[in-house]
Design a protein around this ligand. Structure first.
Ligand SMILES: Cc1cc2nc3c(=O)[nH]c(=O)nc-3n(C[C@H](O)[C@H](O)[C@H](O)COP(=O)(O)O)c2cc1C
Length: 243
């Protein structure tokens, strides 16, 4: 982990805000990824990371009010990565579609059905699952968290998660009211998704959209982006060092 520590140190030196909880999260993620056996031997992560093309990031939004920041999140990733986006029906109440980057396609449940007519046609959730190197669900609603933990798949987003190859990274950034966040279901569901290998970008404490003050607000888009990028680039370096 020495090389990894150096990368962290230089990265954090250049940050104005130091978040020790996040540092622990990233250390944990890298430790887990370095030691994890790929679930599917044909889809090894080092094959993905040694590829010279841009990383393919699938950004997904569910129906938390923090989805108003989804366009911002897409913009954060666009310079660095190829981005496709997925939105649940509820999240569309909060997403301002015209402010999404022009080159980002936003897929919804309607597309899942309109792109399939007959046997032999591609199935959108499988195509997106194959396309992506990394999936990031931000914001993650309490409802979608519960569905993922239970293995339910009744829309485009949850079908992708249910079909996911867990040798590829997946990040979740939950966002919900403090009452929901503190509810015992949250911890149960987070334990299940942690076992799957899904990485948590924790929510933060602040004044929430509903006016309450407490934990449950989504991490800032810039922080989500930095976490995913740092994680990916550390993996690339570590797989280059191993080869
Ligand atoms: C105005 C409004 C704001 C909401 N904000 C949140 C939220 O921040 N987090 C959350 O988990 N659910 C929130 N909900 C509830 C979800 O939208 C609801 O559970 C929905 O079914 C989620 O669907 P999805 O998980 O398929 O996107 C909100 C609902 C409304 C009407």
């Amino acid at each position: 982990m020495e090389e990894t520590d150096e990368i962290f140190n230089s990265w954090f030196d250049s940050r104005t805000e130091f978040n020790s909880e996040l540092l622990h999260q990233i250390c944990h993620l890298i430790h887990v990824m370095e030691n994890r056996e790929p679930a599917n031997p044909e889809m090894k992560l080092d094959q993905v990371t040694s590829d010279p093309r841009k990383p393919r990031i699938l950004l997904a939004a569910s129906g938390s009010v923090a989805a108003i920041k989804f366009a911002n999140l897409c913009h954060c990733f666009c310079e660095w990565a190829e981005v496709k986006a997925v939105a649940t029906k509820a999240s569309l109440h909060f997403i301002d579609r015209p402010s999404l980057p022009k080159d980002v396609t936003l897929y919804t449940d309607e597309d899942e059905w309109s792109t399939w007519n007959k046997i032999g046609d591609g199935v959108l959730h499988i195509e997106l699952r194959k396309w992506a190197d990394i999936m990031v669900i931000a914001p993650l609603s309490a409802n979608t968290l519960g569905k993922i933990a239970g293995g339910l798949c009744d829309n485009l987003l949850t079908c992708i998660v249910r079909a996911w190859d867990y040798s590829k990274p997946m990040f979740i950034a939950p966002a919900m009211n403090t009452f929901m966040w503190n509810n015992p279901f949250t911890e149960r569901h987070l334990m299940v998704v942690d076992e799957l290998g899904i990485s948590l970008i924790p929510p933060v404490t602040k004044r929430l959209a509903c006016g309450d003050y407490g934990n449950g607000a989504m991490a800032e888009p810039s922080l989500i982006f930095s976490t995913v990028r740092l994680f990916f680039e550390t993996l690339v370096r570590s797989s280059a060092g191993n080869s």
